[in-house]
Design a protein around this ligand. Structure first.
Ligand code: CA
Length: 400
């Protein structure tokens, strides 16, 4: 893994991943095995879910309940209407958590588990009860490289396997390296699917309309370019593109007004939250509030006509991942607020859009917020959090 990625994502956990990938496992492998044995011993003594210590927040104490722990690297989760929860593991497995038990779901497409690539997001569409459709984003092998792809399968009645799995879309075209796959999915009110792609570490592709790198894409339920996309009639432009000039979007969600928001990783400084509008150029790598990892200047500065300004940026970078704009009833003080996980600083960033200006108003942090990879509001208003650092899935509720 390049030094830049270690700097960005933090040395502690990624160094373990990197050394495992490289096969240099003697020290880290033994540590990890000891951790697994310890986790197994602890696991045998306890019945999940179990409440743990509370997190402090401006809205009061938060009870954290451990719902599951995964040996690999959990990346995303989606709620089924029957109370089950699907959880992706970046290394390529899909899990179904139901009644406190975690079971593997067979039939997942083969993924390229390399660096930041692997099995990424899971989307349970609103019509799941009728269709049993499950959408997955992942890093798909393309020649000697890999690209972000979208697949759909049907979850079997007993939840043990995906059936009729098909790849609906894959970015053009395979590039080497394990950086910047994007991969976040969200379903629009009209059923279309938005998918983010990263720039694959190649910068320039983000500005090109004949490249899928560094984009927000809008697809039909079958993975075709959605009707009404902004570049359908632009010569040479790829028809799936909704917006461009992104570096590595790791959060994508709608607010209650139906507006689409994304956040993305900048370089050193310059992680951004953006209001995503069709056809707009979000600037990477021409404008940025960050600098190169070497300290060098990026592009032309921080602003340019024809390029969008972020609604918020973090400097220093927090390495944002997971994104919920809270709507539920359990945390009334958070309603309308943006909740963003941080891989780098082990926290939840809460941003308030009051007055039309997005401001970070709180950082929620504790032993549980270890490399926050995903944040999801459950149907009951609880906040579910993936702590990638120790593979734990937490459920957050107000302390009584
Ligand atoms: Ca930007």
């Amino acid at each position: 893994m390049p030094a830049t990625d270690v700097a960005k994502h933090g040395v502690r956990s990624d160094s373990i991943v990197t050394m495992t990938v490289l096969g240099a496992w003697p020290v880290c492998g033994i540590l990890k095995r000891m951790k697994r044995i310890l986790a197994l011993c602890i696991g045998l003594a306890l019945i999940l879910p179990r409440p743990a210590a509370a997190l402090d927040s401006a809205a009061g104490a938060i009870t954290t309940t451990e719902m599951a722990r995964i040996d690999g690297t959990p990346w995303s989760l989606g709620f089924l209407p029957d109370g089950g929860v699907l959880i992706t593991e970046r290394e390529g497995r899909l899990w179904l958590l139901r009644d406190g038990a975690l079971r593997a779901v067979a039939g997942v497409p083969s993924v390229v588990d390399n660096g930041q690539g692997g099995l990424l997001d899971v989307l349970v569409p609103r019509d799941f009860a009728q269709t049993r459709a499950v959408y997955l984003s992942y890093a798909k092998a393309q020649g000697g490289g890999a690209g972000t792809a979208l697949a759909r399968g049907r979850l079997s009645g007993d939840g043990t396997r995906l059936e009729r799995v098909e790849t609906l879309f894959e970015m053009r075209a395979g590039t080497r390296g394990g950086r910047h796959f994007g991969g976040r999915l969200v379903e629009a009110a009209d059923g279309h699917i938005f998918l983010t792609t990263g720039d694959r570490g190649q910068d320039a592709g983000a500005q090109r309309l004949d490249s899928h790198q560094g984009k927000v894409l809008r697809l039909t339920r079958d993975g075709a370019p959605a009707p009404g996309n902004p570049f359908l009639t632009t010569p040479g432009a790829l028809p799936e593109i909704w917006s461009y000039g992104h570096r590595n979007p790791q959060g994508l969600t709608f607010d209650a007004q139906g507006r689409l928001w994304a956040h993305e990783h900048g370089a050193r400084g310059g992680d951004e939250v953006n209001l995503i509008q069709p056809g707009r150029n979000y600037g990477w790598p021409v404008i940025s509030y960050g600098v190169q990892y070497s300290g060098g200047r990026i592009g032309e500065g921080t602003a340019k006509p024809g390029m969008e300004q972020p609604a918020h940026y973090w400097d220093p970078s927090i390495a944002p991942s997971g994104f919920t704009i809270y709507r539920g009833g359990l945390f009334p003080a958070w309603r309308g607020d943006f909740l963003v996980g941080s891989l780098k600083f082990d926290l939840i960033s809460r941003l308030d859009p009051a007055g039309g200006r997005l401001r970070e108003v709180e950082r929620i942090q504790g032993a549980e917020t270890l490399r926050v990879r995903d944040l999801r509001e459950a149907p009951d208003g609880a906040l579910w959090m993936i702590a990638e650092g120790n593979g734990t899935i937490w459920r957050l509720t107000p302390a009584k």
